[in-house]
Ligand binder design. Structure first.
Ligand SMILES: *Cc1c(COP(=O)(O)O)cnc(C)c1O
Length: 237
């Protein structure tokens, strides 16, 4: 695996997809999904130009933080988060992409209050209604956004989705377009949040070009950068 070459390739395909959509490539973040990677590999990725790392397990996050592995990059949390683990994440990451229930939203707000910080968050939306995945339904996400607007220690920055895995060009475009439209609706309904809601976290290794065409501002890419993960780690939990 040539990490440097993979990063160059994904970034150039991302830039081309942005240009084709008439968008400024600089407005789209390439987040490296670092699950199962070693601290050394993460350092190598940052040295090769990665500016944002996305971690999706609390245990890995804690271990890599202890190693100073993310130094030089911003850090996001992108995985399923249990309410009783928020203390390991809140205040330690710049953005939590995966707020998937009102209970979790309230727990994050409470922990941020305790630390005296405001935590940036995204709401995860389960667009395909998949039972195996967490996230709000589109309707629930509107209510959750209203709730978030009432809380002093979270700042809603946008939405995130994980549609069914696809490598067929065009297949997931409609999900991404739906998420973009939902964000527009929410922005309209929650006037106070207008300015802050500028993130659409959507697109992975197999479908990021469609996500960029639909307006993604942050693609989360793992295997296209680091190569295939061991089977156990393919679970989207
Ligand atoms: C692993 C993961 C990714 C990256 O998946 P790839 O298909 O390897 O690019 C993106 N988002 C989340 C939430 C993930 O857990």
């Amino acid at each position: 695996m040539d990490l440097r070459e993979n990063i160059r390739k994904v970034r150039s395909e991302l830039d081309a997809a942005a240009a084709a959509a008439g968008r400024d490539p600089a407005s789209i973040t390439l987040l490296a999904a670092t699950k199962t990677q070693s601290s050394d590999t993460i350092r190598e990725a940052i040295a090769a130009g990665i500016t944002v790392c996305g971690e999706n397990r609390v245990q890995e996050l804690t271990a890599h933080l202890a190693d100073n592995a993310y130094e030089g990059a911003r850090l996001h949390f992108i995985g399923h988060l249990q309410t009783n683990k928020v203390k390991y994440v809140v205040g330690k990451v710049d953005l939590i992409h995966s707020v998937s229930s009102e209970k979790l939203l309230l727990a994050i707000d409470a922990q941020a209050d305790k630390l005296g910080v405001v935590q940036d968050i995204l709401l995860e939306v389960n667009l395909a209604g998949e039972a195996s995945k967490s996230g709000f339904s589109p309707q629930e996400s509107v209510d959750a956004a209203k709730k978030a607007a009432e809380l002093a220690h979270v700042r809603l920055r946008g939405l995130m989705c994980i549609p069914p895995v696809s490598t067929i060009p065009g297949e997931n475009f409609h999900y991404f377009e739906t998420l973009r439209q939902l964000a527009v609706d929410i922005r309209r309904k929650i006037v106070d949040n207008n300015e802050d809601m500028d993130v659409l976290s959507m697109g992975m290794s197999g479908d990021y070009k469609d996500a960029v065409a639909a307006g993604s501002t942050c693609i989360r890419v793992g295997s296209a950068l680091f190569g295939p993960r061991p089977p156990m780690s393919l679970r989207m939990d």
